[in-house]
Design a protein around this ligand. Structure first.
Ligand code: ADP
Ligand code: MG
Length: 632
């Protein structure tokens, strides 16, 4: 069909001069006429288009959708809209084409007329939006969006799956979701302050899944900003890292056992020496007719050896126990002193220790086992770096973050308690220095090294939000410095009375222990200090006595592991029948489980065996005076 230019305009009708591109085509898909706007958009004169198949400007993959348009146009109201991409000299663009049926004067269908709008911008924005919302909806990480005040506006399906709470539940219950997992109000406030100051907050939090299981989550919170820079929303991402934490814990435990193993030989040797002293002096007194002065001197030697032995045992016990991670205030200097004493006993005599403890170190909020592990691993490495001997200098000091800003991981706003271990050993090459913290990186031959020591140190330091720094000179030695941030709030440590005194009293104390010599020891000491003392050789005896006696009992010193009724059973009976009685638990093997059970029953007073007598005395006195609410 050929048409005159005039009839082109007739076909296009009112769109001949419109600003939107328009075309007419026949039923075979060949163009009949296009307007000026079309000609401009697609880069060829209007007169050149008639006869061109429409598919020439169409993106091939979008062409399929066109077939159905004829059918739709045949029906009332003879209109249809199609969106597809067209090739223009500027590249492809999205168009929405509004199509109407085109008929001649006799009513025969000639084809269709289409008027287009360039919708590229909207289409891309829409696609982007869809992509983003799909990413959020299907994200493997829990996502929460709140308003600037922290009121929830959106939670994604992953969050609902993990927590069991839908957006509706949260809105109905008016829950403060961002607070979830924060151990206390201060921690939550600190997070809000950080986010409001436009910084990102990250932390690992413990919370409970909807099946009651305890889960670890890595949580990130940031603020979202509006065009003027104002905070419009808070974005919180929560990822379940329970499995990773468990593996980390297993690794730490395994590594701890490994370092303990390296010490065991030394410890056994040391123990033998101590036993030799104890045996020797006691035999001397028993076999020879020793006079009072000699007996006294022997007892002093025996006492000193036994003290050292119990120090060793206490260290090994605290260290080898598989504790769950527990952040509590603790005295870094005290731990350094204790552990270095143990190491000094067990390291070769050619290795000397030099301790320099900073004074006025406030208590740290940290896991004591993990901090001990840092020190142990650094010292073992220092020893290994000095095969022919040398000096290990262990020092502690307080440092401001601003002075350490060059070290990765340091927050200039914080103050750090720094633990430094310096050796006079081999030092290391830059190549070793670069790989130091990699798990399984070791330069030690055979089975001497596993390469886990420093990887574990790194993990511990990071989880305490601290840092680790190394300086080393080949041939001269290395210095490792670990920094732990001070607790924001200084938590008051229970005041400890001067060592060496066993305070007296007149109250009645029931001593429950199946170990006869320990029972006698406590009985004798307490009696000497003025207390009235009753003893029970096992749990059943204790229960029997408590339920039948009319005599007052003010306090009970209670062992846990006993045949028959154990300490926990006795404790329950006391709490039920005689709640006014003060109880102090003395145990050599307090498992996390027993501790938790006792704590859930309100018991917080524990002393680890082997104990120092005066320690028991002071705790007992404080309990009776109701001064110590808690001790660990
Ligand atoms: P391992 O002690 O089992 O080899 P670590 O992770 O503790 O594993 O240490 C990794 C490596 O770092 C060691 O093999 C050693 O080469 C190097 N290294 C660690 N501490 C020191 C140190 N104080 N002096 C020299 N080299 C050290
Ligand atoms: Mg090591």
């Amino acid at each position: 069909m050929t048409l005159s230019p005039l009839s082109f305009d007739a076909l296009l009708g009112p769109w001949a001069n419109s600003a939107d591109p328009a075309y007419c085509r026949d039923q075979e898909g060949r163009l009949l006429a296009v307007n000026q706007a079309f000609a401009r958009k697609f880069g060829r004169l209007a007169a050149e288009w008639p006869g061109t198949p429409l598919t020439e400007i169409l993106q091939a993959e979008d062409a399929a959708g066109l077939a159905s348009v004829e059918v739709e146009l045949a029906r009332h109201p003879h209109r249809a809209t199609r969106e597809y991409r067209c090739d223009t000299p500027q590249g492809w663009r999205w168009f929405a084409w509004e199509k109407t049926q085109l008929c001649d004067t006799a009513g025969h269908v000639l084809g269709l007329r289409a008027v287009g709008r360039d919708i590229t911008k909207q289409r891309l924005a829409e696609e982007q939006y869809l992509k983003l919302s799909r990413a959020v909806e299907q994200s493997p990480v829990g996502i929460i969006i709140t308003d600037a005040e922290g009121r929830v506006q959106y939670v994604n399906p992953k969050y609902t799956e993990a927590s069991g709470r839908t957006l509706e539940d949260i809105l109905d219950a008016n829950t403060d979701v961002l607070r979830d997992g924060h151990p206390d109000e201060a921690s939550f406030r600190a997070m809000l302050a950080e986010v409001r100051a436009c910084r990102e907050w990250r932390g690992d939090l413990v919370s409970h899944a909807n099946d009651g299981r305890q889960i670890w989550e890595s949580v990130q919170v940031t603020s979202l900003r509006g065009p003027a820079g104002e905070i419009t929303n808070l974005l919180c991402l929560r990822e379940d890292i329970t499995e990773r934490k468990r593996l980390e814990q297993d690794l730490r435990q395994a590594q701890k056992m490994e370092s303990l193993g390296t010490l065991a030989g030394g410890i056994a040797h040391d123990f033998n020496n101590l036993l030799a002293i104890i045996n020797g002096y006691s035999e001397f007194c028993l076999l020879h007719n020793a006079d009072a002065a000699q007996v006294k001197k022997s007892l002093q030697e025996i006492h000193r050896a036994a003290q050292r032995a119990s120090g060793l045992v206490r260290q090994i016990l605290t260290f080898s126990r598989k504790n769950e991670v527990r952040y509590a205030p603790f005295d870094l200097n005290q731990h350094v002193r204790d552990l270095v004493a143990l190491l000094a006993e067990t390291f070769p005599r050619t290795v000397a220790f030099d301790i320099r403890l900073g004074d006025k170190l406030p208590p740290l909020l940290a896991d004591q086992n993990q901090v001990q592990q840092i020190l142990l691993n650094l010292c073992v490495n220092a020893r290994d770096a000095m095969p022919t001997g040398g000096t290990i200098t262990v020092s502690t000091e307080l440092r401001a973050g601003v002075d350490l800003a060059h070290i990765a991981g340091v927050d200039v706003n914080k103050t750090y308690a720094c633990l430094r271990v310096a050796d006079t050993g081999t030092g290391m090459t830059p190549a070793v220095r670069a790989r130091l913290f990699e798990p399984f990186f070791t330069t030690k031959p055979g089975s001497q090294g596993t390469g886990l020591g420093l990887a574990v140190v790194y993990g511990i330091v990071t989880s305490h939000k601290g840092f680790i720094d190394v300086e080393s000179t080949l041939g001269a030695g290395s210095t490792f410095m670990a920094g732990l941030p001070l607790a924001e709030m200084i938590i008051s440590m229970p005041a400890i009375a001067a060592i060496g005194e066993f305070p007296g009293g007149t109250e009645t104390v029931l001593v429950v222990d199946d170990e006869v010599s320990l029972r006698h020891l406590l009985e004798a000491t307490l009696t000497a200090k003025g207390y009235r003392v009753v003893t029970a050789a096992n749990g059943l005896d204790a229960i029997e006595y408590l339920s039948h006696t009319a005599n007052p009992v003010d306090a009970v010193l209670l062992d846990l592991n006993m045949p028959g009724a154990n300490g926990v059973d006795v404790f329950k009976v006391i709490r039920m029948g005689r709640p006014e009685i003060k109880v102090l638990i003395l145990s050599g093997n307090l498992t996390g489980e027993a501790r938790r059970e006792l704590q859930s029953l309100g018991q917080n007073n524990f002393i680890q065996k082997p104990y120092a007598l005066d320690d028991v005395g002071r705790h007992l006195r404080a309990l009776l005076d109701e001064r110590v609410a808690q001790s660990a």
